[in-house]
Write a protein that binds this ligand. Sequence first.
Ligand code: GTQ
Ligand code: FE2
Length: 347
Amino acid sequence: MSQTPLNLFSDRINPLSISPLWERKIKMIPGSQCVPHVWPYSVMRPLLDESALLIEKKEADRRVLMMENPSLRGSSFIANSLFAGLQIILPGEIAPSHRHTPNALRFVMDGEGAYTSVNGEKVSIYPGDFIVTPNWSWHDHGNLGKSAVVWMDGLDTPFTNLFGAHFRENYPEDIFPVTKENGIGYALYGSNLLPLADNNLNDPNPCSLLHYSFDKTRDALLAMSKDTGLQIDKAQGYKLKYTNPLNGSYPFKTMAAFMQMLPLGFRGQKYRTTENTVFNLAYGSCRVYLKNRTVDLSAHDVMVIPSWETYSFEADKESMIFSFSDRAAQQALGFWREEILSESNFE
Ligand code: GTQ
Ligand code: FE2
């Protein structure tokens, strides 16, 4: 480069940790360095079974295979704003109680007999269920059944780490005392009813709706698909968001969660959004058209679609897809956008 006065100036300020805006290299367009990626269950499950033999019972809480975006190797993250891992827990095992500042969600994929306990409320969980673990709440998990249980963990760890606010601590015992009536959260908050006096507000460990059962979610989606008055979303099919029954907001300040149903033969339109999304196919099978390729998803496959990547769905069987994203944070901050790109699918 020729030594113009401007170049000489840049060279001089560079050692002072100063850069001129007129030379800035950051992206000022939507999208990130992350790429869409799929982790097939046919690959993940044998690896999880193998990890169960390698990682001891008392370390069961660390038996997670993290799905890292190919462009974020070493970061633990599946997208710039999200963490996702698959966890396996064997019959008789417990994952010791702890708490952390990241919020966590679980989506149960396979196996029966597991429970999770959040701030002293124990809930039995079944495939297709969605579970909320609010930040800083004590939680432990266990498997009282006869088969291995696999679920997906979704966390907003990139947010706590961005702010330098990641705290984690272990409870002095393996299990946090169960102090609440079994199923209290569901009974109180899961039936379009709310307690008149919200004593919860003064409770350091308030109870709330922690568990959204697949039975109800599926029934809602099937009813939605049969009601001719309800319009199908041209890109996403029939789609429901999980909400906090206290105020209808997303279950977390950062993360939103959804379940969608693609009817048999559905051909979705090309779509893109700024939200980073992790999908997990609950049942059925579908095809996803990406920019330069297509991927086929079957049950329990995980797919990440990072911000502003164009995709469309096509269903060769009736399918239900769970997903979580950073939409809650993006909408709260005024960043969120979406776009339907055309009337036609990728060919
Ligand atoms: O099971 O509580 O995948 O704390 C990452 C961090 C799972 C858990 C993860 C966690 C957990
Ligand atoms: Fe945890």
